[in-house]
Design a binder for this molecule. Structure first.
Ligand SMILES: [Zn+2]
Length: 332
């Protein structure tokens, strides 16, 4: 799966800005050094002119080895003198060189014909930013998912919350790793504080790493955006249109906290439109909600609920709020 072309462009722009910043950073440092120790500027000019001479000798041809050796020796002496002067005056030995953020590719983004690791990292970071998840993604992943916070007492459900989460975690991992094969969207439902958003973020992170476009929005802000666009309430309609388009077009949309907003006829039809459009275009969605399917039906009509029943795999989260449990532990 390849990343969006727009993300590559964004990374290229970032690298270009870094290279420019490197240049002006060097110019600033040179200025500071030459102002404090004018002698270094003279040495610097000499070193440069020797470099030019070296180039000229090589072009002249003939038996140039001796000349080159001599020039190199005087250049080396000058460099040593310059470095000693820099240190003496409290500067770093590399004060007059470009300082690259990535030494491997010198901030070009490529090593030979391949993309540098720093380029790939930037690409994933851009995808994170675009997803609205960048803040949450740092510590939330399948690797950090902690089943032990879920109680292992078997209650009315015939299995413990921990066993249930173990199953959900396994399904979520498979869903993400075999994303292309998945036919259905997902609905996570259950009381607040049981890890629905966390598990969604884990799926998002795995997908983003593989180059899928993922957008995370709460239902509330989704409806607000759609409404602002429809009724021309935004100062920046073009930007808003772009964001709304992403909701429809991204590979995976996470619609968090559906049901907590005040439902109107408008939100109901907006929800139907987004759910249905994504189904038609074969895009998968993950809805998190505190509502059961009956409650969804009540709140958003049967038309919406039937789309969800037919095309979503539903997973129930149950147990007590693990966030409260965690704070109990830390508070005691
Ligand atoms: Zn690099």
């Amino acid at each position: 799966m390849a990343f969006d072309t727009e993300l590559y462009r964004a990374v290229e722009r970032e690298l270009e800005a870094i290279r420019k910043e490197n240049e002006s950073d060097l110019a600033r440092r040179r200025m500071a050094v030459f102002t404090k120790v004018p002698k270094i500027e003279g040495l610097d000019d000499e070193i440069k002119s020797l470099g030019l001479k070296l180039y000229k000798i090589a072009l002249d041809g003939g038996d140039v080895q001796d000349k080159i050796t001599k020039l190199r020796a005087s250049q080396k002496a000058l460099l040593q003198e310059r470095e000693a002067l820099l240190l003496e005056n409290g500067f770093a030995p590399d004060e007059l060189s470009i300082r690259y953020r990535c030494a491997k590719c010198k901030d070009t983004g490529t090593v030979g014909t391949a993309n540098c690791d720093c380029y790939k990292k930037k690409l994933i970071l851009k995808a994170y930013e675009e997803s609205n998840l960048s803040g949450m993604l740092e510590d939330q992943s399948f690797a950090t998912f902690d089943l032990s916070v879920y109680p292992d007492e078997v209650g009315e459900y015939g299995m413990s919350p921990r066993e249930n989460m173990e199953v959900l975690l396994g399904r979520a991992k498979t869903y993400a790793s075999e994303f292309e094969k998945q036919k259905k969207s997902l609905l996570f439902w259950g009381d607040p504080g049981l890890g629905k958003t966390f598990l969604s973020t884990c799926i998002a992170k795995a997908l983003l790493k593989n180059g899928y476009s993922v957008i995370y929005e709460t239902a509330y802000s989704t409806f607000t955006m759609l409404e602002d666009l429809k009724f021309n309430k935004s100062d920046n309609a073009e930007k808003l249109r772009f964001k709304v388009d992403k909701l429809y077009q991204c590979d995976f949309l996470i619609l968090d906290d559906l049901g907590s907003e005040f439902a109107t006829q408008y939100t109901t039809s907006a929800l139907f439109d987004i759910v249905n459009s994504r189904l038609i275009s074969g895009k998968k969605t993950l809805i998190n909600t505190n509502l059961s399917i009956d409650e969804l039906m009540h709140k958003y009509t049967e038309r919406v609920a039937s789309r969800i029943i037919g095309h979503y795999t539903m997973y129930e989260f149950f147990g007590d709020d693990i966030r409260l449990k965690k704070s109990d532990v830390s508070g005691s």
